[in-house]
Ligand binder design. Structure first.
Ligand SMILES: Cc1cc2nc3c(=O)[nH]c(=O)nc-3n(C[C@H](O)[C@H](O)[C@H](O)COP(=O)(O)OP(=O)(O)OC[C@H]3O[C@@H](n4cnc5c(N)ncnc54)[C@H](O)[C@@H]3O)c2cc1C
Length: 443
């Protein structure tokens, strides 16, 4: 607590200080690697800053929202993890950057009741890595902010889960008084991987609710509409994968609307071009991302139109060699490529591996090297229904093999954080608890 209260974290040793802001898919893996490599042997001081106390791997958030994953079981506490991996953790939200004095500014920290826990603080750095991820981009669509839930963080996914459960509880209570039909309309805007996965997961959750006796809403009466502006769903994946996924969604009754551009949203409906109106009690926005707004030209650094920090092949920002950016908040366009590397967990993971080496080289005044993204493919989980995707260039995969590969992505993240032994224990624990705990979070 004493550390949180000090208004400035100045250098007390003459060790090179690497500050990583954002402990997500990329930043936490990097802090863990650097802590184990450099922090442990006192070759550098490693500090991780995050706005939350705990980490949950973002690609699991659609499962948290549907209630098919209990977020409290899969989260990691930063303080505990830092103490095991030789780095220091600071709880706080980055608000500004002073490049001249090489300090980051963390906003005042408040608890849930709005009481100030710590004042605004500064942390000095020698090397800074920004890894604060992205938020949903609603492209200024009227009504989106007010009426949609975004799946950018665990609190937002938890909020969706609570609202989803409440609708079932209300329907159950209504039916106890006088039986009548209940229909639940859900609209998901954006049929990228997140939207598609969420649609399938919600269908699965609806069946689970019914199994647990919350059957006032018949699973058939949960009407899920998946709305996409592009001519096909999963536009970033191959046509074959997109067709396969659409067929699976249609099989489970998801209403897939393509070439359907949302114009505005109100409390009851989603309105699209062509006078299409989709009734929806629950609405989720999952179309597109941007880096947080405050990042726009932060400290005079170069950013693109979606606020991402533009970086060189070494992942150094274009205007300051002491500041690196990685993951969703960075824009890296490989030489000769037309587009930046995509905002995906596998990019964040590969950048963490690259930076762990590059930053160690930097301490020894060796060249940093060039980041090369190797696209290992994309997999989309359609809950217990199926998994589809392509790997190694453009090999289409589906079924059990694809499912195993999909699950292994999270396990690789766990291995990067905890090592093989501890991850194996976690897998055993998960397998054992699968048979004894409910398949759906009902609280
Ligand atoms: C529902 C969903 C499903 C997805 N599924 C997949 C998938 O199947 N495969 C895939 O490859 N990708 C998937 N993605 C994308 C993937 O999650 C991201 O690309 C990846 O998490 C980016 O990693 P990151 O380290 O850049 O950011 P994040 O993992 O988002 O981490 C950012 C961290 O920064 C912290 N932070 C944010 N702002 C501040 C601040 N101002 N100060 C301090 N800390 C801050 C946050 O608390 C967070 O811990 C999915 C995303 C979502 C939302």
């Amino acid at each position: 607590m004493e550390k949180l209260m000090s208004t400035e974290k100045t250098q007390t040793s003459n060790l090179h200080r690497i500050v990583i802001v954002g402990g997500g898919a990329g930043g936490l893996e990097l802090a863990t690697r650097l802590g184990n490599q450099l922090g442990k042997h006192q070759h550098a001081e490693i500090i991780l800053v995050d706005a939350a106390l705990t980490h949950i791997w973002k690609p699991l958030l659609h499962e948290v929202a549907a209630g098919t994953l209990n977020s409290y079981e899969d989260e990691l506490n930063y303080f505990a993890h830092a103490s095991q991996h030789h780095f220091e953790f600071f709880l706080g939200r980055l608000t500004d950057l002073d490049r001249a004095s090489k300090k980051i500014v963390l906003g005042a920290l408040k608890d849930e009741d709005g009481k100030e826990v710590a004042p605004e603080r500064c942390i000095a750095y020698d090397t800074l890595v920004l890894a604060i991820g992205s938020t949903s981009n609603d492209f200024g669509t009227p009504g989106a902010k007010e009426h949609c839930i975004f799946l950018d963080s665990r609190p937002q996914a938890d909020r969706f889960q609570r609202e989803f459960l409440s609708l079932y509880l209300e329907a159950q209570a209504r039916n106890l008084i006088e039986p009548h039909e209940n229909t639940l309309n859900i609209a998901i805007i954006g049929a990228g991987a997140t939207g598609v996965e969420l649609a399938a997961e919600l269908h699965h959750a609806a069946n689970q609710f019914s199994k647990y006796g919350l059957n006032s809403i018949d699973p058939k009466d949960v009407k899920i509409s998946l709305i996409e502006a592009a001519p096909r769903i999963l536009p970033a994946l191959s046509e074959r994968v997109s067709e396969g996924a659409e067929k699976e969604l249609q099989k489970i009754g998801v209403n897939v609307l393509k070439n359907c551009r949302v114009t505005h949203i109100d409390a009851h409906k989603v309105y699209c071009e062509g006078d299409i109106q989709i009734p929806a009690t629950l609405k989720v926005w999952s179309a597109g991302i941007k880096a947080p707004d405050f990042l726009k030209n932060i400290g005079g650094l170069e950013t693109n139109r979606i606020n991402q920090l533009v970086v060189k092949p070494s992942l150094q920002t274009t205007l300051d060699d002491d500041i690196f950016a990685m993951g969703d908040c960075a824009c890296y366009i490989p030489t000769g490529a037309e587009r930046p590397v995509p905002p995906r967990a596998q990019v964040a993971n590969q950048e963490a591996i690259f930076l762990a080496k590059a930053l160690a080289h930097r301490l020894q005044n060796k060249p940093l090297g060039t980041f090369e993204f190797k696209d290992k493919g994309s997999l989309v989980s359609l809950s217990n229904q199926s998994t589809v995707g392509n790997i190694l260039g453009n090999i289409n995969v589906e079924g059990l093999f694809a499912r195993m590969m999909y699950v292994s992505l999270y396990r690789f993240h766990q291995v990067a954080l905890h090592g093989v032994f501890k991850t194996s224990l976690m897998i055993i624990k998960d397998l054992l608890s699968k048979g004894s705990s409910p398949q759906l979070k009902l609280h």
